[in-house]
Design a protein around this ligand. Structure first.
Ligand code: EPS
Length: 394
């Protein structure tokens, strides 16, 4: 299985990704990881932090001479902003006289952030103890891990992209067929949107929100092509791939809803207008549509996997909402920290990473292998088995 965990605070010295289960012999170079990290840093609506950082991954273990060893891969991303936070985020106990302001404490929790529930649960008084880890800065480490998962998937012909389908209530007109190289098109747009007319209105909406001290969310869509039939399983709840994808995407900071394929709309239609009829075409079994979003019974159908996620607006508002001071219990305005007006375009990149991680795990479960060669052989054997099944009329 592809397993990963992350460590690091937003203004600590580094972010770390630890990845296990990657077979030996997978070509990996830092530039590929960095390219993904750069994509996450972009997007119209980002705040000042992204001008400070230029995220790069140092490969600390698990790779030798450009190829994985099968051992745990440790990736480290430096927080450049750390230089401005050495006292406030010091790991060492405080010594001597310290001005409390220099510790940048947060006593006015933001509605919508983890600030309040975190301090109560973990018995802290300074919400910085919570928000430093709850921050979406952590998603840089996810994207680094996701880039390794993408690398693995590329080896069997799987391609992942994303785009923004709605931002702040403005819906993009979707093309009948999403472009083959989705990211080549979406990354060319400042809001990663395929509809130029909607793009203009989205940018205006972000500018308006900024002027009003407000923030905006929206919906992104991840599309995965080239998956074989048969990843995931119907046999147990925790092996259903749709459930695993939804959980992974829902775990991204600020995500409040996930749907697969037609999603919520399918609950409003009769079955005759939802299910993708089974047909035979040149390559064997085919489908008349893809309302299922590439998954039936928790198993891939071989059609594109389509996952959408709704991101709520960022909870740091420059025109703050009402809150209660943790020290005094008195009313106050929520803390204003430097933040983004809209991080939806970046969230799409993070969504790609989480989807890639779940799919890489499902690929390794099905095809196994200690080496890339073994994985490939197992994959090819399965493909040739499938080719004996997909021409029922012959
Ligand atoms: C982020 C870095 C953060 C925020 C944002 C995401 O940097 P800073 O807090 O120093 O401005 O820009 O995090 C949040 C919106 C949040 O609510 O925590 C990043 O690297 O993506």
């Amino acid at each position: 299985m592809f397993r990963f965990s992350t460590a690091g605070e937003s203004h600590g010295p580094v972010l770390i990704s630890l990845i296990e289960g990657v077979p030996a012999g997978l070509p990996v170079v830092a530039e590929q990881i960095d390219r993904e990290l750069r994509r996450r840093q972009g997007g119209y609506g980002r705040g000042g932090r992204m001008r400070i950082e230029s995220d790069r991954a140092d490969i600390r273990s698990g790779v030798r001479h450009g190829e994985t060893l099968g051992s745990p891969i440790a990736l480290q991303i430096r927080n450049r902003d750390w230089e401005n936070w050495t006292l406030a985020m010091s790991a060492a106990p405080l010594e001597g006289d310290v001005d409390e302001e220099d510790l940048r404490p947060v006593y006015l929790p933001r509605p919508g952030h983890a600030d309040l529930v975190g301090v109560l649960k973990y018995d802290r008084y300074d919400a910085r103890d919570i928000l430093e880890r709850a921050s979406a800065r952590e998603t840089a480490a996810r994207v680094a891990a996701g880039s390794i998962a993408k690398r693995l998937l590329e080896e069997i012909g799987v391609r992942i992209g994303s785009h923004i389908v709605m931002l702040g209530g403005i819906e993009a007109k979707l093309p009948d067929v999403v472009p083959e190289d989705l990211n080549a098109s979406s990354d060319a747009s400042p809001v990663r949107c395929l509809d130029p007319e909607a793009e203009g209105r989205m940018i205006e909406a972000i500018d308006d929100a900024k002027r009003n001290g407000d923030t905006l969310g929206g919906v992104f869509e991840v599309v995965v092509r080239g998956l074989p039939i048969g990843l995931g399983s119907h046999v147990s709840w925790d092996r259903k791939l749709d459930g695993r994808l939804a959980g992974a995407v829902m775990s991204i900071q600020a995500i409040k809803g996930v749907e697969i394929g037609m999603g919520f709309e399918s609950g409003a239609r009769p079955g005759s207008r939802v299910h993708d009829e089974i047909v035979v075409d040149d390559s064997g079994y085919g489908r008349a549509g893809n309302a299922a979003g590439g998954l039936e019974g928790g198993i891939t159908t071989g059609l594109p996997v389509v996952v959408r996620a709704a991101m709520k607006p960022i909870s740091t508002l420059m025109r703050p909402l009402r809150t209660i001071d943790i020290r005094t219990g008195e009313r106050g305005d929520a803390v204003r920290e430097r933040s983004d007006v809209c991080a939806l375009p970046a969230a799409g990149v993070v969504g790609e990473a989480m989807v890639a991680i779940v799919l890489a795990s499902a690929v390794l479960e099905k095809f196994g292998g200690d080496s890339l060669g073994e994985l490939r052989r197992n994959f090819e054997a399965y493909r040739s088995y499938l080719s004996t099944r997909v021409s029922p009329s012959s």
